[in-house]
Design a protein around this ligand. Structure first.
Ligand code: 13P
Length: 256
């Protein structure tokens, strides 16, 4: 049975606002060649580029996502960005708990949980990133680390009918390395995550409202091996999303 894959571009802090607009334009042109476009596409530029990219993709089969949000809706929180404001700007998605934020700004599971709640309360689809470090993998703790991260991110959350959630499994040690994990290993991690989700939510909710996607050195030459795995519903892409050509190639292969 064909599944609708989702392809999410995480541009991280790689592009200036001007470069983000150029890339969005190039991607629109390239994706226009894919007919019919069946995969779901999400672009996640930095905060400053969101409104420009929002305007560019108006009327296109492309959704907008942010790379983070704060947990409070409004108030004296210098430097933070509200989920409510992101929604107002046209975002439909928000990446939360990316390993780079866990690493560089010491984001905790508790903060990520608050952010997931804020995202859902503001009609955003949270893309919750989880994944083990190389040391955790060597210690044999991979499954328990990712289970704990998923479980903590979802503590106290009850999904309403309209809510949707994406869990992105991104092994920290392969991000940006050029070397992805074996697709079978990703499939195993996705099954572990699925079990945690089933422990939290109803089977119907897990099947209908939650996607589990893979990220970490996804490239045109390996993407197909991931997408044929039954528990992998799409991809979260860093490096290969920074050029329209390679991004469109990923989308073509996800366009089942
Ligand atoms: P790369 O595709 O560059 O490995 O990055 C993956 C990632 O961190 C996406 O969020």
């Amino acid at each position: 049975m064909d599944k609708q894959n989702i392809v999410i571009a995480n541009w991280k802090m790689n592009l200036s606002p001007a470069d983000s607009l150029k890339l969005a334009e190039a991607i629109i042109a390239k994706l226009g060649e894919i007919k019919p476009l069946k995969a779901q596409i999400v672009l996640c530029p930095d905060f400053l580029s969101l409104s420009g990219v929002a305007q560019k993709i108006t009327g296109q089969p492309i959704m907008l996502g942010a790379q983070d949000c704060f947990w409070e809706p409004v108030g004296a929180f210098t430097g933070e960005v509200s989920a409510q404001f992101l929604h107002e700007l046209g975002c439909a998605y928000v990446i939360l708990g990316h390993s780079e934020r866990r690493q560089y700004v010491a984001e905790t599971n508790e903060q990520i949980n608050l952010k997931v709640k804020a995202a859902l309360a503001n009609s955003l689809i949270p893309i919750i990133c989880v994944g083990e470090t190389f040391a955790e993998r060597q210690e044999g703790d991979k499954d328990s680390v990712i289970s704990q991260q998923v479980s903590n991110a979802l503590t106290g959350i009850r999904l309403l009918d309209q809510d949707k959630v994406i869990i992105a499994y991104e092994p920290v040690w392969v991000i940006g390395s050029g070397q992805a994990v074996a697709p079978e290993e990703a499939e195993h991690a996705h099954r572990v995550i699925r079990q945690v989700l089933i422990d939290h939510f109803s089977m119907n909710a897990v099947n209908g409202q939650i996607k589990i996607i893979y990220g970490g050195s996804v490239k045109p030459n390996n993407v197909g091996n991931f997408l044929i795995q039954p528990a992998i519903d799409g991809i979260l892409v860093g490096g290969a999303s920074l050029e329209a050509e390679s991004f469109a190639e990923l989308v073509k292969q996800a366009n089942l």
